[in-house]
Design a binder for this molecule. Structure first.
Ligand code: DGJ
Length: 733
């Protein structure tokens, strides 16, 4: 059994093939955290709660029954920390009771252990069959406020991964308000030699990799934008100072939520560290009447003893197999051509058809019609919300265009930005109250648009009906679901004042409901998430959309940084990556078409340029890239990623490889960011079978896996700026 309870030691031991997590029912039934890390054999780890010294600045718990061993919530490692009762580190839980005080204190009541994993109703989460995972539920109670708190833990035995979430129920006769409810709290014993990793960024440069020493005090990643954001991803990791790509301890935390979040690590003065991950308490207050429940979203936790690469591969496998759903989870994704960078808003049905026709001749499989096909949408200034085909642009209507594209043997996809409304739109004129707003306050505007109140059922019904009309009138295989601004003046016209602080979260729940409804109505639909590029690239989205547009920056060299950072927790099969025109529209750089293809190939592959303007020679390159995509699809989408050279390291080059699960095949990509003089250059490979020999299909050289991984392959020439090489290795024995 992956989870056992030792009644003798009052310890829960949660094991995967490679990890252990232990907690204990301690003095007075307080839950203590004991251990998280590489797998250990013993359950009796209570000694890890021993403390040598304490000062009066750490109040002790007055025991109801003497003798009174020293027990302080401020010193001991707490499994789920509470506010205001002697633990001065960050709290996982704080409940404002009807007395006006926010003192919160929970103790163990009972538990259950069972095979499988329960769904989190109405929210995205990883899923598992009965043989894949085991779940522990621990019921705790605050005997004073009457709050009941259930802590959920699921271990994925084959992945080195576990998930957590929390349910709070008001079991009292009085109303209460949740001020903060984190989904995971982990107290580390000794964090003196640990580093902190997070993925920060902005529009066009999402998920920049940053690693700094863990310092005393609080470090973290947060969003209060109403979305997970470009600026911080809902991911943090702690790792040992000496951890590398393939060695050392790494603890990764990824929040399955697309709204405001907080993921922090707090190192205390004694060198312990507390990680807290959950909904950002700022802008959050959830009212619970007697009997009501609140369900906090899921956190995925991965421990790897094999460095950052080991952590990433665990996230990738788990997300590919136990988070992504539906037919597109395993179905080959079509190579797409998106018209955005080719035309922006200036297109008509003939232009789109011409692009599609050229695309079909080159091996591209789907045309995606981006922004501008509806309402009065000729610029970004108007039209959002009016989801009716603009027949001035698409003469003959959408159905006719789709039929013509289908007749070329291509699928058809379409862009929506459902959650938004332009100030200049019929929808806003008819329903100004449908936009998020607060009483008497001027609304902030961004990209000439406001945000619809997704907490309202009537708004969601309108959007569902609009999307349904489009879907039912043409053969649409794919939707790109965009989201181009953050939330401000967040209030809902329909909610009472004491519920207004719930709007951020209710918005997210409303979004989930609409996505689920659309996927239920159109189960074959391929959804791609997008948020001004990758502003909502998070695990919650992968539950609905198996791919997400990684960034609006399509420059191949910028993409090395962006895709490297994104790959920390998200698989290549989820990363939208397109070949675009040069000079690149975002950074004006000119890179070889071959490099643009090699970089985009490490994601869900497509094009985003006017194919009709390519030369014959360029068309031949595209044809070859499409053929390569099919040849390498399996190793890229289902294989294991090994990052070989970080673009963040010396900013001159970058390399990575994918290795098939059976290690019979690998694809190595090497790209130059800035050429420099060097005498020789070797790249040591990883992840191969040391005992097999591999033929390099490009050079013909045959070497064993151990040679390739220890001595490396040689890059024999000085490559120019932005040049790249791709090597396909196949095992010959
Ligand atoms: C932002 C997206 O990231 C782009 O790809 C494009 O769809 C535009 N929005 C359209 O407005």
């Amino acid at each position: 059994m992956a989870i056992v309870y030792s009644a003798e030691h009052r310890v829960f031991k949660l094991d995967t093939a490679s990890t252990s997590y232990l907690l204990q029912v301690g003095p007075e039934n307080y839950l203590l955290h004991l251990y998280y890390g590489a797998k250990v054999s013993d359950a009796d780890l209570g000694y890890l709660s021993y403390t040598v010294y304490h000062s009066s600045h750490y109040p002790r718990v007055r025991m109801e029954t003497p003798p009174e061993p020293f027990f302080s919530k401020g010193v001991h490692r707490m499994e789920y920390s509470c506010n205001g009762c002697g633990d001065f580190r960050g709290s996982a839980l704080s409940i404002l009771r009807s007395t006006g005080t926010a003192d919160t204190d929970i103790q163990y009541v009972s538990h259950k252990i069972y095979a499988g994993k329960p769904e989190i109703e109405g929210q995205p989460a990883t899923y598992a069959g009965e043989t894949e995972a085991t779940t522990l539920e621990i019921l705790c109670r605050d005997s004073v406020s009457g709050a009941e708190v259930t802590l959920f833990y699921t271990v994925f035995e084959n992945y080195g991964a576990m998930t957590r979430h929390v349910v709070v129920r008001n079991a009292s006769a009085e109303p209460m308000d949740i001020q903060r409810v984190m989904s995971a709290c982990v107290d580390f014993h000794d964090a003196n030699d640990m580093d902190f990793i997070h993925l920060y960024g902005n529009w066009g440069r999402e998920r920049a990799f940053e690693r700094t020493p863990l310092i005393h005090g609080i470090q973290g990643a947060v969003s209060k934008r109403g979305c997970s954001s470009h600026m911080q991803n809902p991911f943090i990791a702690l790792c040992s100072r000496n951890a590398t790509e393939e060695t050392g301890d790494v603890y990764g935390f990824n929040f399955v939520y697309t709204g405001n979040f907080s993921a922090t690590a707090e190192m205390d003065s004694d060198g312990g560290a507390r990680v807290l991950v959950g909904i950002n308490p700022e802008g959050f207050l959830w009212h619970l009447d007697p009997g009501e429940r609140f369900v906090a979203p899921e956190v995925v936790m991965v421990y790897s003893g094999e460095g950052l690469g080991g952590m990433s591969r665990t996230f990738h496998r788990l997300y590919r197999n136990n988070l992504c759903r539906g037919p597109w989870k395993n179905r080959k994704r079509p190579i797409l051509i998106n018209n955005w960078e080719a035309t922006y808003f200036k297109f008509d049905e003939e232009k789109l058809y011409d692009i599609a026709k050229t695309a079909s001749e080159l091996g591209i499989e789907m045309l995606v019609m981006d922004d501008g096909w509806f309402g009065s949408r000729d610029t970004a200034r108007s039209g959002l919300g009016d989801w009716f085909v603009n027949e001035n642009k698409l003469k003959g209507g959408l159905g006719k265009l789709v039929e013509r594209v289908n007749a070329l043997g291509m699928k058809f996809g379409i862009w929506f930005e459902p959650e938004m409304v332009s100030e200049d739109s019929d929808l806003f004129r008819a329903h100004p109250d449908w936009a998020l707003q607060t009483p008497n306050r001027r609304m902030s505007i961004a990209r000439y648009q406001y945000v619809l109140d997704m907490s309202r059922a009537d708004v969601r019904d309108y959007l569902f009906d609009c999307i349904k009309k489009v879907m039912d009138n043409a053969n649409i295989a794919y939707i790109k679901w965009d989201f181009n601004r953050s939330l401000s003046e967040v209030g809902s016209a329909l909610l009472a004042p004491n519920r207004q602080q719930e709007v951020f979260h209710r918005y997210v729940l409303g979004l989930y409901e609409l996505l689920e409804r659309i996927l239920t109505a159109y189960p074959d639909l391929l959804l791609e998430g997008c948020a001004s590029g990758g502003g909502r690239f998070d695990p919650a989205w992968l539950y609905y959309a198996p791919q997400f547009w990684t960034s609006d920056d399509t420059d191949a060299i910028e993409r090395l940084d962006i895709q490297y950072g994104t790959s920390l927790c998200y698989p290549a099969s989820a990363m939208g990556a397109h070949v675009s025109a040069c000079p690149n529209h975002q950074v004006k750089r000119t890179t070889p078409l071959q490099t643009r293809g090699a970089v985009a190939m490490a994601g869900t592959f497509g094009y985003e340029l006017d194919l009709t303007k390519l030369t014959d020679a360029e068309k031949d390159v595209v044809r070859q890239q499409c053929a390569d995509y099919h040849q390498y699809y399996d190793v890229i989408h289902n294989g294991d990623l090994y990052r070989l050279i970080s673009p963040w390291k010396d900013r001159t080059r970058c390399a990575w490889m994918f290795v098939s699960a059976d290690k019979s095949e690998a694809l190595v990509t090497y790209a130059v960011m800035r050429s420099e003089v060097y005498q020789r250059y070797y790249v040591r490979l990883a992840g191969l079978d040391p005992n097999r020999r591999y033929r390099n299909e490009q050079t013909g050289q045959i070497l064993s896996g151990d040679t390739l991984m220890n001595a490396g392959i040689c890059i024999p020439e000085v490559l120019r700026d932005f040049d790249s090489r791709v090597f396909h290795l196949t095992a010959i024995d």
